[in-house]
Every structure is written in C-alpha cells, then in structure tokens.
Ligand binder design. Structure first.
Ligand SMILES: Nc1ncnc2c1ncn2[C@@H]1O[C@H](COP(=O)(O)OP(=O)(O)OP(=O)(O)O)[C@@H](O)[C@H]1O
Ligand SMILES: [Mg+2]
Length: 138
C-alpha cells in the first residue's frame, strides 16, 4: 500500500554530508523497503519519514520513523524473530507473515551493522539501522 493512498505525509531526509556510498544496493533497498512498508502498514494517520544520515565518522544510518500504532515494550525483542508479530491472533487486523524485520536484522548484521527500535504505543515507532560507512575507493 502506498503512503499517498492512506493520506500519510511521506518525507525523505538525506544528510548532505554523506559521502557517495558504496554498499550492497540490493540489501540496502530490501532493508529500506521492509521498514517503509511496515511504517505505512501500521500507520493510519500522520507521517512516515525516511532518513539517511551520518551517525559518526565511520557510521551511517537508515532510519524510518512513523506516527503509527507503536510497539509495546514486551514485543520489541521478539518482533525481529521470524514469524513473530505483536498480534499473533487469528483475528489480526494487519496482513503479513512476520518475516520483514527478521530479514532487516539479518541483512544489517551481514553488512556489519545493527538495527534498533524506539517506540511509544499509540504515538509511533522509529527503526534505526546503523551501518559502517564504506567510502568509494577504499
Ligand atoms: N512500524 C511498525 N509499527 C508498529 N508495529 C510494527 C512496525 N513494524 C513492525 N511492527 C510489528 O512487528 C511485527 C513483525 O514485523 P515484520 O515486518 O517482521 O512482519 P509483518 O510486517 O507482520 O509481515 P511481513 O513483513 O512478512 O509482510 C509486525 O507484525 C508488527 O506487529
Ligand atoms: Mg513487514
């Protein structure tokens, strides 16, 4: 589902100090697409923001922030496990198999990075993938 169809404000913020990145395009795209599709799926109104930013001299981040339903504290660890979803009941409101975040975590680790989540129930969630910065020519 597209952010536009739900009337969500979609923003992209790219840090101008980021050097040209050399990375695994396919893996990076999968990470961003999975986080964005979750953000849109679990947000009924407000915004979804994609940020690409410098985190330190040798680190950068892909961050996806939404103003959606949020994730309760007890679920913040297991949502990264395969087939785990906050609502496991048969009457779940949202579709999906529970694989997106497992893929995001696996890819982040393969690239030498980490993924973290911050959230407030009813207010929104922010997923941050931190990756080593690989400069062209290195
Ligand atoms: N942005 C978010 N806001 C609220 N809950 C989220 C968000 N992202 C993930 N979750 C919770 O974490 C669970 C696991 O996410 P994951 O992407 O792994 O699976 P899915 O989206 O349910 O299915 P799939 O990604 O396989 O289509 C979701 O089902 C949902 O409960
Ligand atoms: Mg998903």
């Amino acid at each position: 589902m597209l952010a536009e169809d739900k009337g969500l404000r979609f923003e992209v913020e790219v840090d101008r100090t980021l050097p040209v990145l050399v990375g695994d395009d396919e893996a990076l795209t999968k990470v961003a697409v999975n986080l964005l599709s979750n953000a849109i799926k679990f947000t009924q109104q407000g915004h979804v923001i994609l940020r690409l930013r410098r985190a330190a001299d040798d680190l950068w981040q892909i961050e996806v922030e939404d103003s959606g339903i949020g994730i309760p504290p007890h679920a913040r660890e297991y949502i990264f496990d395969e087939f785990r979803q906050v609502d496991q009941s048969s009457k779940r409101l949202y579709g999906g198999t529970g694989l997106g975040l497992a893929i995001v975590q696996k890819l982040a680790r393969l690239m030498g990075g980490t993924v973290a989540v911050q959230s407030e129930v009813g207010r929104g969630s922010t997923f941050t993938v931190t990756l080593p910065l690989v400069r062209a020519g290195k």
